[in-house]
Design a protein around this ligand. Structure first.
Ligand SMILES: C[C@H](O)[C@H](O)[C@H]1CNC2=NC(N)=NC(=O)C2=N1
Length: 95
């Protein structure tokens, strides 16, 4: 299914509403790093994000080491950033 990319104007508007998220370097994506007390807390967070991702049928690219989780959101079906990334980022921030 094809999805439309955000326009430049939409990107700056939406990004300003997404606390903690910034444009990724060298990729049409947004990213945020989360830090927790330990691995179990980080893993618990990842489990909750996984449930959100399944509900939204939109899945993160992520990297975890110990207490740190780096999340990158981009829309493969749009070959870049779309509203689906904004929706998932907002839901993650609300956890
Ligand atoms: C078939 C399925 O709905 C699609 O492949 C979904 C699944 N999850 C997805 N996740 C992300 N990040 N981008 C997509 O384009 C995407 N597409």
């Amino acid at each position: 299914m094809s999805v439309v990319q955000l326009t430049d104007e939409e990107r700056s508007t939406w990004l300003s509403t997404l606390e903690g998220w910034e444009m990724a370097e060298g990729k049409d994506a947004i990213q945020r790093t989360f830090e927790f007390g330990d691995f179990i807390e980080a893993w618990g967070f990842m489990s909750r994000v996984a449930i959100l991702a399944e509900k939204q049928d939109h899945h993160p690219e992520w990297f975890n080491v110990f207490n740190r989780v780096e999340i990158t959101l981009t829309t493969h079906d749009a070959d870049g950033l779309s509203l689906r990334d904004v929706h998932l980022a907002k839901a993650i921030n609300a956890l």
